[in-house]
Design a protein around this ligand. Sequence first.
Ligand code: SF4
Ligand code: FES
Length: 251
Amino acid sequence: MNTQSDQAIRKLTFEVFRFNPEDAESGPHIDVFEINERPYMTLYMALNEIRETQDSSLQFDFACRSAICGSCGMLVNGRPVLGCRTLTGDLPETIRLHPLPAFKLIGDLSVDTGSWFREMAEHTEAWIHEQLAFDANAPEDRMSDDIAQAIYEGDRCIECGCCVASCGVANINKDFLAAAGLNRVARFMMDPRDGRDADQWFEVIAGQRGVFGCIGMMACADVCPKELPLLEVYAYLRRRTLGSKFARPCP
Ligand code: SF4
Ligand code: FES
């Protein structure tokens, strides 16, 4: 059986988007770099090699290198992926890299996903709205395994922003919560400890900013590196949202 280490060494060409918005003399352009591929090379390794040997000013983000921190999202030949878990061996010899769209550009391949996620969390009040006063002596609340598992699924989001970048609506409407935001809402909506009622939830997720802003292309579900059940999240939120409104008496 041939392994990647047995194959002939390829010369890889990286076409990398460059732009420093902080530098008045900088303009958006593409720089080209060539390196020799190494066995089991990831984009993280390739970009580090380029920065160490060819251009120390190249900006990109990585922290965990193991698909956990969510900082290394980028467009690779037009598709949002995590750079740290993308093998160059799975890509053609020419690799075009752009920063994720829909987020503020910091420079080159680095974007500010943190501000987007913080604004989303504040808008949706993404924390447990406890109705009972805290009692340190009360027994622990029990939760069914099914609900605990569903909440755990939602919490697996690493906030990489790939789903937001892939979303046609999020790219033209900066207020759209997108799959990452709506997944967060669903996580709290399912949580029995959160005491928000149907009308409060309706205010959070109805309308064009919320679940009915989605036009159903579902690229989010195709690109999510954690394979979160985003189609089910949208279906769940639509059912809950419509239910809350239909339950209201007509004025
Ligand atoms: Fe990334 Fe998936 Fe979370 Fe979107 S839902 S931010 S693609 S992990
Ligand atoms: Fe942390 Fe890629 S470096 S997810």
